[in-house]
Ligand binder design. Structure first.
Ligand SMILES: [Zn+2]
Length: 271
């Protein structure tokens, strides 16, 4: 089995609101991590190449890695994209359509309060520059606690909106907070998404045997440290997907569902 690290980033910035700080990596650290990826001999491939392999296509080369970015923060355009372009690295950016700047929800309201998000013009520029734009729902809910109807609206509405704006099909979806269920995965597939990014446990490696509708990722958090990141680049320090859904995940979902039903949703942030 070929282990594939799929790195998941959120914000890359020196400043971020307190709720996002844990999920923010400073630009210097980000550059160090890109250098460590290169120095370790990993080769960053486009996500579509991994997905093609998971769907039965050609195998990915040994020591492949994938870079993904969730939510759609403005620093992707100002900081991340130039750094990746200078190194010729492909990436996938999953945008939460209802939180983009033009949606007018960035000032203290919406899913990502007090942080600048991308505008549609920027998303279009990134798309034209070769960044793969993927979907991350409209409002960033915990999909596995919603009705089927609401899930459909979130996953199909988001896809329609991105395709209308970009003028071409988009294929790649990421579950907000990483949460899915069998029903959610079915609805995501029915909406036309051909792959979906998850988070298995805190972090896990994907592999050439992983499930394309919930492939695992390694979440890079503020406190990761050089040693742990170095271990990840050498294919160590996290479990390798696929593995079956554990009792912990099922129990945790039941708890979040119960909270959602009683009107006191568990506030998971942000992923
Ligand atoms: Zn997210």
């Amino acid at each position: 089995m070929s282990v594939v690290p799929v790195f998941l980033y959120h914000a890359v910035s020196d400043r971020s609101p307190s709720w996002l700080a844990r999920f923010t990596v400073g630009p210097r650290t980000f550059v160090e991590q890109l250098d460590m990826i290169a120095d370790s001999g990993l080769r960053v491939i486009p996500l579509r190449q991994l997905v093609a392999a998971l769907l039965g296509g050609p195998a990915v080369p040994p020591r492949s890695a994938v870079l993904t970015f969730d939510d759609g923060y403005a620093d992707f355009a100002s900081t991340v994209a130039p750094l990746l372009a200078a190194r010729g690295l492909p990436s996938t950016l999953y945008v939460t359509t209802g939180a983009l700047r033009d949606a007018g929800r960035t000032s203290g309201r919406g899913p990502f309060p007090s942080v600048a998000t991308l505008s549609w013009d920027q998303v279009k520029e990134l798309d034209a520059a070769g960044v793969e734009i993927g979907g991350h729902t409209t409002t960033h809910p915990q999909l596995d606690t919603l009705s089927r109807r609401s899930v459909r609206e979130e996953v199909a509405g988001c896809k329609r909106r991105i395709e209308d704006e970009l003028g071409h099909r988009v294929d790649s979806f990421a579950y907000p907070h990483g949460y899915s269920s069998r029903t959610v995965r079915t609805l995501v597939r029915e909406a036309g998404w051909t792959s979906a990014a998850a988070i298995r446990g805190a972090s896990a490696f994907s592999s050439d045997q992983d499930d394309p509708m919930r492939f695992a990722r390694l979440m890079v958090q503020a406190d990761i440290g050089r040693d742990r990141f170095a271990r990840w680049t050498s294919g160590e320090g996290a479990p390798v997907a696929p593995f079956s859904e554990g009792l912990m995940t099922r129990g945790w979902r039941a708890y979040r569902r119960a909270r959602a039903v009683t009107g006191r949703p568990y506030r998971a942030l942000p992923a």
